[in-house]
Design a protein around this ligand. Structure first.
Ligand code: PEP
Ligand code: MG
Length: 538
């Protein structure tokens, strides 16, 4: 039995929260399979047939999957038809290399290129290429990929490919542990959207994993316990049971409006970064969309779409919301969200640099395209627009003037347009301390950034994760001040950072008078349950 020996705790990074207890199922990759080579002519036809088979398999998954699956796998389908990618492979085959070796060599080069990219988005796409490489190699070797059949197992792999994720029946698995991975990858996004616990970045310690050995995947504390001691198993089982009971209870709150124990109605909005997610969400479960991060609405590997393409995306989100409020945030590029060709390279401290509205004001020609698209979307629903990273009142005033100009430009071009309410993110301490001085139609507190700026602890830095504390009294004080400023000016104050998605922190927000929360869709039930349990003191 592989379960003898002391417990080993491996550290990883949580990419999708959750807990699992089960045997390790090591995912075998098809790469590396070698076949006997034929003549160059035979090899060329073999590769063409394998590419056709791969295309057919991908098309099937796209057809049966949702829109998000379609978008992800379409990238691979496009690669199969990419002449620039294929030409050197066919050239190598003509020179006598076997089809699988030629294909794999070219794809390995591409994968290495993507993996070494400066941009997180490109690094994350290496998984898509790996997926395609293995799919075609498997087709060339005349087989499909081996299925892992362990029930409730923890799927462990060097990296998991998006199509593999989409093909997997997740009812049979408790979670995933990856040697590599990235929290910004498509797989991480899919895992979070579907509630599959995912731990990434196990690194070299991954070699210690043994197929079939029992393990606890703690994608809450960032741990993978191999051969867990009986006390660890028992504790994990208890936590799992508690989590299941909690989920069952919370699920009852999902279709109901959020109301506190004292009968106060709370607006429970959702954060929608990926419009493809909307296909799987029931709009009647929420009061609208409190944050749509527009920098995530478009492909990060391409230049920003033109006005028409942006307008179509905004229009679709508004149509889904069916009259409920939809707050779209203008581009918050920069910081941890670079956009090639737009955000500056080599800033010494990008979180304190040219990001958010600062960048939009520095690139008014890019900003104007987005403002025109938003102005055209405004008459089509209950649109609200907000700007990120505002520091001084004048920035907001300038943004408003540019927005008015965009409306005028649209109308001059014969397009219907309107000026929606213009609000601001409160995420810079200077803005939180003086929120009342800003000409905002509404305030939305961005706790993710506010916490990092108030505690001087990078939101992406594990080593100061302890200090990055949303419950720090200084953070709570700034939230309270913003709520007071909103009341004094008679405008709405909401909170759309991750803090609102944490049921343990929800009481702290309600205590400070916040009654509009925008949360991750998967946390809506838990947040509504936390609201229902809350009663004001005294
Ligand atoms: C925030 O800072 O809380 C926020 C919602 O914005 P982002 O996470 O996109 O920086
Ligand atoms: Mg922010």
């Amino acid at each position: 039995m592989p379960d003898r020996g002391p417990e080993i705790a491996l550290r990883g990074t949580v990419a999708s929260r959750g807990l699992a207890l089960g045997p390790i199922a090591l995912l075998g990759l098809a790469a590396g399979i070698r076949r006997r080579a034929g003549s160059p002519g035979e090899e060329e036809s073999a590769l063409r047939a394998a590419l056709a088979q791969a295309a057919e398999e991908l098309a099937t998954v796209i057809e049966t999957g949702d829109e998000m699956a379609g978008e992800i796998l379409s990238f691979q389908l496009a690669l199969i038809e990419d002449e620039d990618l294929l030409a050197p492979v066919f050239a190598a085959i003509a020179g006598g290399t076997a089809a699988d070796a030629a294909w794999q060599a070219k794809l390995d080069l591409e994968i290495a290129d993507y993996a070494a990219g400066e941009d997180e988005y490109f690094r994350a796409r290496a998984a898509d290429l790996t997926d395609l490489r293995d799919r075609v190699v498997a087709a060339l070797s005349g087989g499909g990929r081996a299925e892992v059949l362990a029930e409730g197992a923890i799927l462990a792999a060097e990296d998991l490919t998006p199509s593999r994720f989409l093909e997997t029946d997740w009812r049979r698995y408790g979670g995933v542990a990856l040697k590599a991975g990235s929290a910004a990858s498509h797989v991480a996004m899919l895992a979070r959207a579907r509630g599959v616990p995912l731990l990434i970045g196990l690194g070299e310690a991954f070699a210690r994993l043994e197929a079939g050995a029992p393990a606890v995947l703690d994608a809450e504390q960032g741990l993978l316990l191999l051969r867990p001691a009986s006390a660890s198993r028992k504790a994990a089982r208890q936590r799992l049971e508690q989590a299941e009971a909690r989920h069952r209870l919370e699920a009852e709150f999902l279709p109901r409006p959020a109301v506190t124990a004292a009968g106060q109605r709370v607006q429970a909005l959702i954060n929608v970064d990926d419009p493809a997610l909307l296909d799987r969400l029931d709009v009647t479960h929420c009061d609208g969309i409190g944050l749509s991060r527009s920098e995530f609405l478009f492909r990060a590997d391409r230049p920003l779409p033109d006005e028409e393409a942006q307008f179509q995306v905004y229009r679709r989100i508004l149509a889904w919301a069916a009259g409920r409020p939809v707050t779209i945030r203008t581009l918050d590029a920069g910081g941890d969200k670079p956009i090639p060709g737009l955000t500056p390279d080599g800033e010494s401290n990008p979180f304190l640099g040219l990001r958010g509205l600062r960048l939009s004001l520095a690139r008014p020609e890019v900003f104007a395209v987005q403002l025109r698209a938003l102005a055209r979307a405004a008459p089509l629903g209950n649109l609200k627009v907000m700007v990120p990273m505002v520091t001084r009142p004048q920035e907001l005033a300038t943004a408003r003037a540019l927005f008015e100009q965009a409306v005028a430009d649209c109308r001059a071009a014969g397009k219907a347009a309107a000026l929606p309410p213009l609000g601001m993110m409160v995420e810079v301490p200077a803005a939180a301390l003086t929120a009342g001085d800003f000409p905002a139609d509404f305030y939305s507190i961005g706790s993710n950034d506010l916490v990092q700026y108030v505690t001087a602890s990078g939101r992406d830095n594990d080593s100061v994760a302890d200090l990055y504390d949303p419950a720090n009294p200084a953070v709570l004080e700034l939230i309270a001040r913003t709520v007071a400023a909103g009341r004094a000016r008679g405008v709405e104050v909401s909170l759309c950072g991750d803090m609102a998605s944490d049921p343990a922190l929800v009481p702290l927000l309600l205590e400070r008078g916040l009654h509009v929360l925008s949360v991750a869709p998967g946390r809506l039930a838990a947040v509504k349950a936390a609201v229902a349990a809350w009663r004001p003191h005294g």
